[in-house]
Design a protein around this ligand. Structure first.
Ligand SMILES: O=C(O)CCC(=O)C(=O)O
Ligand SMILES: [Fe+2]
Ligand SMILES: [Mn+2]
Length: 234
């Protein structure tokens, strides 16, 4: 059953601030931020949207078309040399090619620094290489939780070339779920419970419907920053 209650919640700001479940620090200094644009989040209940809201952000228009161009110029030559992978039936990702990069040109580095400054607390040790995932138009990402061995509490991703829908489902209770509309040029951030206790997936084109509206999936490139595990705060 793919039916959501379709609660598009517009929340009042003060209630977004909560405590970190692991360190109990208050939102004010733990990097928890209110939802930038709650209309991009649809949940199985209003209560879930309220509860998870502080740990899920989607910022529309985080980069410009020109900045997307800077990423494409830097990434396309390397990506084009690879083939999309379709054949591993047990892979979490279908129809993709990927790369990672430590050193970036000036334009991209500046954008990535902007991502880091909004997603991570200053001084939080980050995974050195930035992850680049190129999903074919027919590609999709199955539900999974990022390795707790290699990644910390926060995942921040830019969406290039296509809108898409990211679905979060509670690992031990599939009735709890959120759909995030990730528009082209947006930045999403998953933190804490949203990152540890919910699977995330990117829906395939046929299933890409948000709040009753078809969201066509084109080829999509995501550029993902992560922090290292075992560090606190965040
Ligand atoms: O493409 C994305 O934004 C998410 C990718 C992802 O979930 C992963 O690589 O673990
Ligand atoms: Fe914490
Ligand atoms: Mn993931």
């Amino acid at each position: 059953m793919k039916l959501l209650l379709a609660v598009v919640t517009r929340l009042n700001k003060p209630s977004f601030w909560t405590q970190c479940v692991r360190c109990q620090s208050s939102g004010a200094n733990s990097g928890l931020l209110p939802l930038a644009d709650p209309a991009l989040i649809v949940g199985s209940s209003r209560e879930l949207v309220q509860r998870l809201g502080p740990q899920v952000e989607v910022r529309t228009g985080f980069i410009t078309e020109e900045e997307e161009g800077a990423f494409l110029r830097e990434l396309e030559p390397g990506l084009k040399k690879k083939r999309y992978e379709f054949d591993h039936w047990d892979d979490a990702i279908h129809g993709y090619r990927e790369t990672e990069r430590v050193r970036w040109g000036e334009a991209c580095e500046e954008i990535l620094n902007r991502v880091r400054s909004v997603a991570f607390v200053e001084g939080s040790p980050l995974l050195g290489p930035v992850h680049v995932l190129d999903l074919d138009k027919s590609g999709y990402i199955k539900p999974h939780i990022d390795s707790v061995k290699f990644c910390g509490s926060t995942i921040a991703g830019l969406s290039l070339l296509s809108d898409s829908i990211m679905r979060l489902v509670k690992e031990d209770d599939a009735s709890e779920r959120l759909d995030l509309l990730l528009p082209r040029y947006s930045l999403y951030i998953l933190r804490d419970q949203a990152r540890y206790n919910f699977t995330h997936e990117i829906l395939k084109d046929e299933e890409s419907v948000f709040n009753g509206q078809k969201i066509p999936r084109q080829r999509r490139i995501s550029v993902i920053c992560r922090n290292l595990p075992g560090q606190h705060p965040h």
